[in-house]
Design a protein around this ligand. Structure first.
Ligand SMILES: Nc1ncnc2c1ncn2[C@@H]1O[C@H](COP(=O)(O)OP(=O)(O)OP(=O)(O)O)[C@@H](O)[C@H]1O
Ligand SMILES: [Mg+2]
Length: 508
């Protein structure tokens, strides 16, 4: 792109137009209305003949509308990305993360753009309307961009060129937007004037797939799945399916389910809607929340198994380990406390069928790309209807840390690719289970003096402790089962004894 220069031809053309305008003003003043219209038509045609250029304006605000025009915003983003190197007068603004400056063309600046060998001109301008009668009303500035191009390119420019500008502009805006983490915070009373049921903060989680401890091939598979989804708009349209995908992340606590959601959002540049089901009054409110979500977002329901009594199968499970039960109780207590803090005492009336409708509604009612993610520690407790394919399309198990996972964490935390202590760690990791959260905690330096060796030793210690604890638990279990067997033997002995007793009772 190069700045536009006024040629002599333009100057001649300008003076011709000015002469016509002057003639037109005289005719208008002295001729009757019909004659005036006649001359007006002709003047326009003659002007069109001498001035074969088309102009299109993109106003920031249309009419009295308060909302900024999307077309204007897209042009602004497109020009700011494509002209900041060529425009001579630029304006600077603070970017999304408050650290970088974004440059865009200043008012009344002109630049050229080329598309398939055709040249077009863009100009940024503004109309200043005088202040209203009350002096404290400031002057109103109405900004707009003006696109000029030759009439012979009309079809291409109004068709594919503008489509290209809009598409690229929207993509740039999405890339540069400040992403948000929305939540339907428990107990929060939405004032009647507030238009949305979600409250939000800036989403700035640093997790990426690169920093996640997982088997590399599994990681690749998930990344590919997500990227394919995000690029499959046409495919979904062609097969007649809504552009949505459901993920179920399951596994023990501390294996990276929540971290993966953040990594997903960062990979695809999506917003995150953290849906707290216990804070939703009923099914109707759930639908309202759904309708308010925007496209390019992930709707997350964490710990779906203890959110509500949605899990028909859960109650049927008679055998649960004491640890599992304790974990569940802790989460439920934490949830209750959170709810009480928020001042909400009403319990949620959301039902399983309400949630199923919510997911299916998401599939059919809302356009645009959306992911829905459920996390759970106990996949077996979920109702099969909730997680069947078509609702939760991809089931991902996050498990204990593998040696490959450890290497990722060692690289993240200690910038170590290899070390003599790695072999010991590998052996221990093959013999015992440890969550990535525990590995991460051990690799975290606890003081400024802690070096890599200290952190690795601390991990080895933790692994050895875990191994001993597992061995002790196993021994305990064996002992318990032996005791049970002994009981059984005892009872058998008792029975035998009784039998003998009975035998004794039999007279010889
Ligand atoms: N796979 C992983 N890769 C990298 N870091 C991890 C991984 N898993 C856990 N961590 C670390 O452990 C912490 C806890 O992990 P996270 O909250 O994602 O676990 P979770 O599976 O969601 O647990 P819960 O089931 O209790 O919600 C994270 O802050 C992260 O630092
Ligand atoms: Mg979690």
């Amino acid at each position: 792109m190069v700045p536009l220069k006024m040629t002599e031809m333009w100057a001649t053309m300008g003076s011709t137009i000015a002469s016509f305008m002057f003639m037109w003003a005289i005719i208008r003043q002295y001729c009757p209305y019909e004659l005036g219209r006649f001359f007006e038509n002709y003047t326009q045609r003659i002007m069109g003949f001498f001035y074969p250029y088309i102009r299109i304006s993109f106003h920031e605000f249309l009419g009295d509308r308060i909302k900024r025009s999307e077309a204007y915003a897209a042009v602004e983003a497109y020009l700011s990305a494509n002209t900041s190197k060529s425009a001579k007068r630029l304006k600077a603004e603070i970017g999304k993360d408050s650290s970088n400056l974004v440059l865009s063309m200043d008012e009344y600046e002109r630049v050229t753009d080329e598309f398939q060998g055709m040249k077009v001109w863009w100009m940024s301008s503004k109309v200043v309307s005088p202040s209203r009668s009350m002096s404290y009303y400031p002057e109103q500035e109405k900004r707009y961009y003006k696109l000029s191009f030759h009439n012979k390119y009309r079809e291409v420019i109004t068709g594919s060129y503008l489509e290209h500008v809009m598409r690229e502009g929207k993509e740039i805006r999405l890339r540069n937007r400040q992403r948000k983490l929305y939540t339907n915070s428990p107990g929060y009373k939405w004032p009647s004037y507030k238009q949305t049921m979600w409250s939000h903060i800036v989403f700035e989680h640093p997790a990426t797939f690169e920093t996640m401890a997982m088997k590399p091939e599994k990681k690749r598979e998930i990344i590919e799945d997500l990227l394919t989804f995000s690029k499959s708009k046409d495919f979904y349209a062609r097969i007649g399916k809504a552009w949505k995908r459901g993920y179920l992340l399951y596994g023990p606590p501390g294996t990276g389910k929540s971290t993966m959601i953040a990594a997903m959002a960062n990979l695809l540049s999506y917003d995150v809607y953290d849906l707290e089901l216990t804070a939703v009054k009923d099914n109707t409110e759930l639908r309202k929340l759904l309708i308010e979500t925007t496209s390019k977002s992930i709707i997350v329901i964490e710990d779906i198994d203890c959110s509500l009594d949605l899990t028909g199968q859960r109650n049927k499970k008679a055998e649960k380990s004491a640890d599992d039960e304790m974990e569940k109780q802790n989460k439920e207590v934490a949830r209750k406390e959170l709810k009480d803090e928020g001042g909400s005492s009403s319990s949620s009336k959301v039902t399983l069928s309400g949630l199923l409708n919510f997911i299916d509604g998401l599939w059919s009612a809302c356009g645009g790309e959306r992911l829905i993610v459920f996390t759970t520690n106990y996949v077996e407790r979920l109702d099969p209807a909730l997680i069947r394919r078509g609702r939760m399309d991809k089931h991902i198990e996050l498990s204990y840390c593998s040696f490959e996972g450890f290497k990722v964490l060692a690289k993240n935390y200690l910038t170590l690719e290899t070390h003599s202590m790695f072999d010991t760690i590998q052996l221990l990791m093959e013999e015992t289970k440890i969550t990535p959260a525990d590995v991460a905690e051990n690799l975290m330096p606890k003081s400024l003096l802690d070096d890599a060796e200290k952190c690795l030793s601390s991990l080895i210690e933790a692994l050895e402790e875990a191994k001993e604890a597992a061995a002790a638990k196993k021994a305990e279990e064996v002992k318990d089962s032996n005791t049970n067997e002994e009981d059984t033997f005892e009872s058998l002995d008792d029975r035998d004894y009784k039998t003998i007793e009975n035998r004794d009772a039999i007279p010889f």
